[in-house]
Design a protein around this ligand. Structure first.
Ligand code: ZN
Length: 179
């Protein structure tokens, strides 16, 4: 088990574009270890998802999953554990859902973001098999948040309003009038 350090907002690596992963790469020992480390790091940090750039690896790799640990999004639906390589997301609707999003790279804070509530995602799994799926609801929101990391975008770039952002404790205790 290897917990990797999660980079925080301000680190320029979080603002870079990640590279596509090749078919040769997914079968290497190093890549399999990277995937294990990402799951270990995500679970240790109580996250629902983690993108490789968050641990300083500029590759198009995301892991998600809440099955073993509901973590920070209590009451939110479960997100099945999944390894996502080279994802491409296309919104299928202009209808949006708003969530108070958090991010392991912006610890202790959250902000209100609206995103399309139905998407088509194409991606490769850890065996480099190609998948395509129409996804809606909470899982669609999580996947959009994570895939944004592969393009140097953080949720704070997408706040509905700069006012709808702050420290968790302040929002929990004082922020009832927000939103
Ligand atoms: Zn994030």
């Amino acid at each position: 088990m290897a917990i990797r350090k999660i980079l925080r907002i301000g680190n320029p690596l979080l603002r870079r574009f990640s590279d596509d992963i090749t078919e040769d790469e997914v079968s290497t020992k190093d890549f399999k270890k990277l995937i294990r480390d990402m799951f270990d790091t995500m679970k240790h940090a109580d996250g629902v998802g983690l993108a490789a750039p968050q641990i300083g690896v500029l590759k198009k790799l995301v892991v998600v999953g809440t099955e073993e640990d509901p973590g920070r999004y209590k009451g939110a639906p479960e997100v099945p554990s999944q390894i996502i390589i080279n994802p491409v997301i296309e919104p299928l609707t202009e209808n949006k859902d708003g969530f108070w999003e958090g991010c392991l790279s912006v610890p202790g804070m959250r902000g209100y973001v609206e995103r399309p509530n139905q998407i088509k995602m194409t991606w490769r799994d850890e065996k480099f098999n190609l998948h395509e799926e129409t996804i809606s609801g909470f899982r669609a929101i999580v996947l959009q948040h994570e895939c944004d990391h592969l393009f140097g975008t953080l949720y704070v770039d997408r706040l509905k309003s700069p006012k709808l952002f702050g420290y968790n404790e302040e929002i929990d205790t004082q922020g009832k009038d927000l939103d």
